[in-house]
Write a protein that binds this ligand. Sequence first.
Ligand code: EAX
Length: 350
Amino acid sequence: MSKKTLKVLSLLLVMVFALVTVTGCGGGNGNGEPAPAPENGEPEAAGEGEIVLRAATSVDMSHPYNQGMIAYGEMLEERTNGKFSIEVYPDAQLGSEREIIEGIQMGTIDVTVVSTAPLAGFSDAFLVTDLPFIFEDKPHAYRVLDGEIGQSIFDQLEGTGIVGLAFWENGFRNITNSQRPIEVPEDVQGLKIRTMENQIHMDSFREVGADPTPMAFGELFTALQQGTVDGQENPLPIIATSRFYEVQDHLALTGHFYAPAPLLISGALWDSLTDEEKTIFQEAANDATDIQRGMIQEMDDRLVEELEAEGMQITRPDVGPWQEAMAPVYEQWEDTIGAELIQQIQEMGN
Ligand code: EAX
């Protein structure tokens, strides 16, 4: 299959899944029940290579993490003449993002796309990406992550059993909640907001007076539904594909964190590849990056309107006060992250 055909196919897939997501005729795990354990390890999308790699993610099949992974698997299958393919286990079927990363280290999972936030428990290298408002926009994030800084982040994984291939993305994160419209930081005061298991994220929400509650993603829908937490924060494609609009009335487009989503493979797998195969895995990862980011962009472009149509009340806060309120986090974390690295990234802004 040519690259162009693949691109067209992937886009088509995204459109179909988008329809399924919003019209609600999908089999998504929207009821908040944990996904049933895969029977005999039955994946939801399997390639047909001689060696079938296990890919795991925490999110719904329709999300670009998984659709990007399918595109990547097809490229590998084609470029290795059928030696490698990928099967995808979505929806935290193989565990939470933390458990998936552990699986990558142990070699029980071959490949994943995860948020950088839970990677903080494994390496300090990714912490800088968790700072609020560190990236002004996507081109800024891409300049940093696709260049030397991104490479040096991946280089620091040496010895962890995790190999980073490319920075895919989840996107800019926005706050949803069940209580009230959010405009200024004072509006989240006292709200219980689920965050990822990441100290910088928790500190940032403490600075605006919220009560940050860390929790694995797989438990989130139920927690929102039952009111264990008032709100959460995630990019629009997650809010849509995980159907959070069913249990959250308010969406504030704060864009406070940019969430990269590295494509990671297990060190054990990487070490077993020939040099030629390593090149194929790496180049396909780079090629799939454009497709995956394109899927996120396509969703970002239409989802505000669609989530509004689903009944969400949307606010567009002035980010200035948020940036100011969360700024103390930079000082708290500057020694761990490195003031120089923070400055270097800021200087790559617009
Ligand atoms: O990485 O936990 C989260 O909120 C993440 O955005 C999600 O699992 C995808």
